[in-house]
Design a protein around this ligand. Structure first.
Ligand SMILES: [Zn+2]
Ligand SMILES: [Zn+2]
Length: 90
């Protein structure tokens, strides 16, 4: 074994980067809600008033989707297809 374990190192760095992005995105949402930059909205699928912010892109921490618990969970399980009909009008 002469090669350094690049795969593991890269993976770990990626994991850390992704989780940091996730974490800081959530902080940005909290801050946005506190200072009025961001307004909590009803679930974009069913209109449920109790929602969480979902990030499509953690590099854009204030660009979020508001989803109720149920639809948030479904999105993470089933991928984006739940929303393909919603994001672009047919
Ligand atoms: Zn919903
Ligand atoms: Zn989410």
């Amino acid at each position: 074994m002469s090669e350094p374990n690049l795969t593991t190192g890269t993976r770990q760095a990626l994991w850390r980067r992704q989780n940091w992005a996730k974490y800081s995105a959530h902080l940005a949402v909290q801050r946005g809600l506190n200072n009025g930059e961001l307004v909590r909205q009803a679930c974009e699928v069913c209109g449920h008033p109790r929602t969480d912010a979902h990030h499509d892109d953690y590099d854009a921490p204030l660009r979020v989707r508001w989803l109720c618990r149920q639809h948030h969970a479904r999105l993470h399980k089933g991928g984006e297809d739940l929303f393909t009909g919603l994001s672009s009008p047919r």
